[in-house]
Design a protein around this ligand. Structure first.
Ligand SMILES: CC(C)(COP(=O)(O)OP(=O)(O)OC[C@H]1O[C@@H](n2cnc3c(N)ncnc32)[C@H](O)[C@@H]1OP(=O)(O)O)[C@@H](O)C(=O)NCCC(=O)NCCS
Length: 163
């Protein structure tokens, strides 16, 4: 299972003032707010945590067909840096999702999976020509087998992945 979320940092800076009163309390747990408070780059930490929640939520949505808005229910761990990416987990009740986050000057992109070994099986699609949807959830057909596809757009960025 896979999910992804991209954030255009330039657009996010104008779209959402995360410093406004009550914003952090609505979205982040105490532990996540502590990560933001101690981060050198607080903006990047806020958007990295958000993109990890959304990417994990997309797997949850595919597994359960449930649609909900409950960012606090998806709690992000600290991240560890390795080979150009930040790795971590997102926990929702009994489910653990593994996240791989790329942070550049222009965007933050997170890929979530249910198994860490699946990161190396994830690949990019250039477009949605082969993409179908069921209940708004994208997939593609390969040898008659439905394969998950995850799509995310924000500002000038569109990222489409499959496995
Ligand atoms: C559905 C949702 C996750 C989309 O996120 P978004 O940031 O608005 O927009 P994105 O571009 O990242 O995602 C939209 C794309 O996700 C794709 N998508 C929808 N459900 C998906 C899923 N379960 N898995 C993978 N992709 C999915 C759609 O194809 C859509 O692309 P399209 O309209 O171009 O086909 C979001 O609208 C939502 O419902 N969020 C609420 C859930 C929540 O609580 N989030 C907080 C973190 S838990």
């Amino acid at each position: 299972m896979i999910g992804n979320d991209v954030i255009d940092l330039e657009l996010a800076a104008v779209q959402s003032n995360w410093k406004r009163k009550g914003f952090l309390d609505k979205i982040f747990t105490a532990a996540e707010k502590a990560l933001i408070a101690t981060a050198v780059e607080k903006d990047l930490m806020v958007w990295a945590l958000w993109s990890r929640k959304e990417a994990a939520y997309k797997i949850f949505n595919r597994q359960t067909n449930l649609r909900l808005y409950n960012p606090i229910a998806f709690e992000c761990s600290e991240m560890e840096y390795a080979d150009g990416f930040y790795y971590g987990v997102v926990v929702n009740q009994q489910s653990t999702y593994f996240t791989k986050t790329e942070i550049t000057d222009a965007f933050i992109h997170t890929i979530a999976t249910t198994r860490p070994e699946d990161f190396r099986k994830v690949y990019w699609l250039d477009d949605t020509v082969t993409v179908l949807k069921k209940n708004g959830i994208p997939f593609r057909k390969a040898q008659n087998v439905a394969k998950p596809v995850s799509i995310s757009d924000h500002g000038q960025f569109r990222k489409i992945i499959s496995i």
